[in-house]
Write a protein that binds this ligand. Structure first.
Ligand code: AMP
Length: 437
C-alpha cells in the first residue's frame, strides 16, 4: 500500500518521499487511518517498527488544516509525552522531518537544560510540544503551560514511563487537559497496568497490536561470546580491530564501567563517546550527534540513557555487560537492524550470566548461538590484580554502584513481578516466556 492512499496532506507525503520511505510499516498502515478518523488508539509496538511516524503523521495532517494561523498566546494543540530526553529529541527530529514543508511551530520540554527558551517558545505559541513528564510538571506549576486548545495527547513508551515511576506526573498532566481530545498511547506490550491506563485516559480505544515481526529479537543476528570478566576489554578491542564493526553501540551496566571502557578505547586510538546519566544533557546530545555523524565510531551507553537512540546503520550492538532485565536486552538490540537495515548483536557472557541468559532465551522464545571469537587468544589476558584481589580490598566503583541496587535485580534473579498476560503473549515471547510489561 503506498503512502498516497492514506489521504495525508500533500506537504506531508512529499516529506515522507524525501525521507526515502516507500511504503508504510504495518503499525503505520493500521494506526494512521484510525487516528485520521478521530479514534483513540492503543498501539502495541516496539521501537524500530515506525511507531513514531504512526502517530506524528496523522497528527500533523490534522494540525495542518489550521496551521500558520496566529498561535501567539494560544495553547498547544498536540502534546507528546515520552520517558527520556533522548526520545524527546528523536521524536522532535521526526516531526521536523515530516513537517518540513509545513509552517508547524513546535517545542521540546525536558530537564537538564535552561527552561528559559522553553518558556519563551510556549509564550510565543506552539502547535506541537514533545516533553518529558518532570519538566512539563515544573512548567505547569509555574503556570507557563496553556492546555485550553489541546486536541491530541500521545503517551509514547507508556510501559517505560510506568517503569520509571512517572504515573503520578502523567495523571497530573492528563487531569489538566480538556476532556474532549484524542488520546494515543504506545507501549511495547499490553500489560494489566497499561490496560488500566487505557480505561483511565482513553475512550473506546482501537487496539492495534503489531505481531512478531516487530520484535527486533527476530530480525537481528544474535550470538554470545563466553568470556571471563578480565578478558572483556581485550575481546572488545579484538572485535573492533575488524573494520566491519564501523558503527558500534556498546552497553554497560554502570556509568563507571562506561567511562572505563571509553577511556580504554580512546587509549587504543578508537574514537569513542559515552552516554549515561552522569553526563550533562549537552554532553549527551553532543555524543549522540558525533555518533550519528560518524565523528565517533563507538558509543558506550547505559540502559536508561540509551532509550530513544535512533541512529541509522548501527552495524553492531555489543552487550559488554549482560543486561539485568530481558526487556532491556530487546531494547538494546533494537538499536541495530532498525527499519529495514540488518545488524549484529553480540553479548559477552561470564559464568555468572548463565542463569540470566537462560531466562532471556525463554523470554524471547529462542536460543542464542554461543560462539568463540576467531583468532582471539583466550589465554593471553591474565586477570588484573584488582580482580584477583577483589574481596580483600575496596571494591571497584562500579561494583559499589551495583551493590546499591535493590535485592532481586541481580542477573538471573526474577527481576520483575510476574505479569498477567490477558491471554496475549509478549511479541516474540515463547511458550514458557513471560510477557514484558
Ligand atoms: P521508530 O519505531 O519510530 O523508532 O522508527 C524506526 C526507524 O524506522 C526510524 O529510523 C524511522 O526513520 C524509520 N521509518 C519509519 N517509518 C518508515 C517507513 N515507512 N519506511 C522506512 N523507514 C521508516
Amino acid at each position: 500500500m503506498p503512502f498516497n492512499s492514506l489521504g495525508l496532506d500533500g506537504h506531508i507525503t512529499k516529506a515522507i518521499k524525501e525521507a526515502g520511505y516507500t511504503e508504510p510499516t504495518p503499525i503505520q498502515s493500521a494506526a494512521i487511518p484510525e487516528v485520521l478518523a478521530g479514534r483513540d488508539v492503543i498501539g502495541i509496538a516496539q521501537t524500530g517498527t515506525g511507531k513514531t511516524a504512526a502517530f506524528v503523521l496523522p497528527i500533523i495532517h490534522h494540525l495542518a488544516q489550521r496551521i500558520g494561523a496566529d498561535t501567539h498566546g494560544r495553547g498547544m494543540r498536540a502534546l507528546v509525552v515520552a520517558p527520556t530526553r533522548e526520545l524527546v529529541v528523536q521524536i522532535e527530529e521526526n516531526v521536523r522531518a515530516y513537517a518540513k514543508h509545513l509552517p508547524l511551530r513546535m517545542a521540546t520540554i525536558f530537564g537538564g537544560v535552561s527552561e528559559r527558551p522553553q518558556i519563551d517558545a510556549l509564550r510565543n505559541g506552539v502547535d506541537l510540544v514533545v516533553a518529558t513528564p518532570g519538566r512539563l510538571i515544573d512548567l505547569m506549576q509555574q503556570r507557563r503551560v496553556n492546555f485550553s486548545s489541546l486536541e491530541f495527547l500521545v503517551l509514547d513508551e507508556a510501559d517505560r514511563m510506568l517503569d520509571m515511576g512517572f504515573l503520578p506526573p502523567i495523571r497530573q498532566i492528563v487531569r489538566s487537559l480538556p476532556q474532549k481530545r484524542q488520546t494515543l498511547m504506545f507501549s511495547a506490550t499490553l500489560s494489566r497496568e497499561i490496560e488500566a491506563l487505557t480505561h483511565e485516559f482513553q475512550r473506546s480505544p482501537k487496539v492495534i497490536e503489531i505481531g512478531r515481526r516487530a520484535n527486533p529479537a527476530e530480525t537481528v543476528t544474535q550470538f554470545v561470546y563466553e568470556v571471563g570478566q578480565h578478558q572483556k576489554p581485550a575481546l572488545l578491542l579484538h572485535l573492533l580491530a575488524d573494520p566491519q564493526f564501523d558503527t558500534v553501540l556498546v552497553f554497560t551496566r554502570t556509568k563507571h564501567g562506561a567511562d572505563r571502557i571509553a577511556k580504554k578505547l580512546e587509549g587504543a586510538g578508537i574514537k569513542t563517546g559515552t552516554i549515561h546519566s552522569n553526563r550533562s544533557q549537552n554532553q549527551r546530545l553532543r555524543a549522540l550527534k558525533d555518533f550519528k555523524s560518524g565523528a565517533v565510531r563507538v558509543l558506550v551507553a547505559t540502559d536508561i540513557a540509551a532509550r530513544g537512540i535512533d541512529v541509522d546503520g548501527i552495524s553492531h550492538v555489543v552487550n559488554y555487560d549482560f543486561p539485568m532485565h530481558s526487556e532491556d536486552y530487546v531494547h538494546r538490540i533494537g538499536r541495530t537492524g532498525r527499519a529495514h537495515a540488518v545488524g549484529d548483536a553480540i553479548s559477552f557472557i561470564t559464568p555468572e550470566d548463565h542463569a540470566g541468559l537462560r531466562s532471556l532465551e525463554r523470554f524471547i522464545g529462542r536460543g542464542i548461538v554461543r560462539k568463540r571469537a576467531e583468532r582471539f587468544d583466550y589465554g593471553a589476558a591474565a586477570p588484573p590484580r584488582e580482580e584477583r584481589e577483589r574481596g580483600r580490598g575496596q571494591p571497584r566503583a562500579d561494583v559499589r554502584e551495583r551493590r546499591k541496587r535493590p535485592a532481586g535485580t541481580v542477573p538471573g534473579a526474577p527481576s520483575r513481578p510476574p505479569q498477567r498476560s490477558f491471554g496475549r503473549r509478549a511479541p516474540g515471547a515463547g511458550g514458557g516466556g513471560r510477557g514484558r510489561r
